[in-house]
Design a protein around this ligand. Sequence first.
Ligand code: DAH
Length: 343
Amino acid sequence: MEHLLQQIEEYKKEIAAFSGADEKTIEEFRIKWLGTKGLVKTIMGEMKNVPNEKKKEFGQILNEFKQFTEAKYEELKASLNSELRTKNSELDLSLPGDPMPLGSRHPISLMTNRIISIFQRLGFAVAEGPEIEDDWHNFTALNLPEHHPARDMQDTFYVQQNPDWLLRTHTSNIQIREMKKGKLPIRIICPGRVYRNETVSARSHCFFHQVEGLYIDENVSFADLKQTLYFFAKEMYGHDVKIRFRPSYFPFTEPSAEMDISCMLCKGEGCNVCKKTGWLEILGSGMVHPNVLSNCGIDSNKYTGFAFGMGIERPALLKYGINDIRLFSENDIRFLKQFTSAV
Ligand code: DAH
């Protein structure tokens, strides 16, 4: 039996070394090894000379040999096929691809999304509201009754056909609409475009963007407001940013505060951007005025809340080093495509 084993080993070596590349030699390989008179058949025939007690062991060896030969044959066929395919195809895989022009997000959207994602991590949901608003939602409900002098703080565009309609001057109208729905608690962040009748220049525009925040529940305190805005400022401007609150006035909040952050350009030393103060004003905030709650049908003895509002253009100007607010709305593709990979 020894010679049989030896024979098989030699055959295996011969098969492994075979490297016929064309159809003809591969067919010759098949006939020589796997054909009806091929060597595999012949050596299988040796089984009848194997003594009974060795039949099982040998049977296995022979089977393995057969599989080995068949696998080699399949491999040869496959390599021939793939060679044929590349030879015959029109496709040249080595050619450089056609560039696919990718759009880019607008820097205002990038900044808005960034602000939203920070508040979402604190459980704030996004809410939106109409840009064409009525006087009540934009002013009266926010504790700015008719003839209130604070209405002059915002130069309003009115809709000619109906003087009760206007282009919202701030995103605070969304607060009112959400509170009116009566589902408490409320924890929302509200991005949107707002309009004011201002002369267009490098620093101001007749429309811009804001994000409003509102949190109403039982026992919401000024400490909650501060902690929320601290978290926001650190996430947004980095952990070594300094923060300060200044008392302020808004008709819809009492008490009210504005939040400043240390100027990131001069690190608080004083530069042109922070007008030599070392601080940048970034948002207005306060505890929702009880009148506003009751205007929306919320029991101000049971519920309290805080609100805040911030512009989006200014942080975007600072972040991307842009010096003219008008660039945001000119749709100059050379400007816009610079933000392709910005986050
Ligand atoms: N609505 C204010 C504005 O447009 C911003 C603002 C200030 C919103 C304080 C608020 C707030 O919700 O509490 O200037």
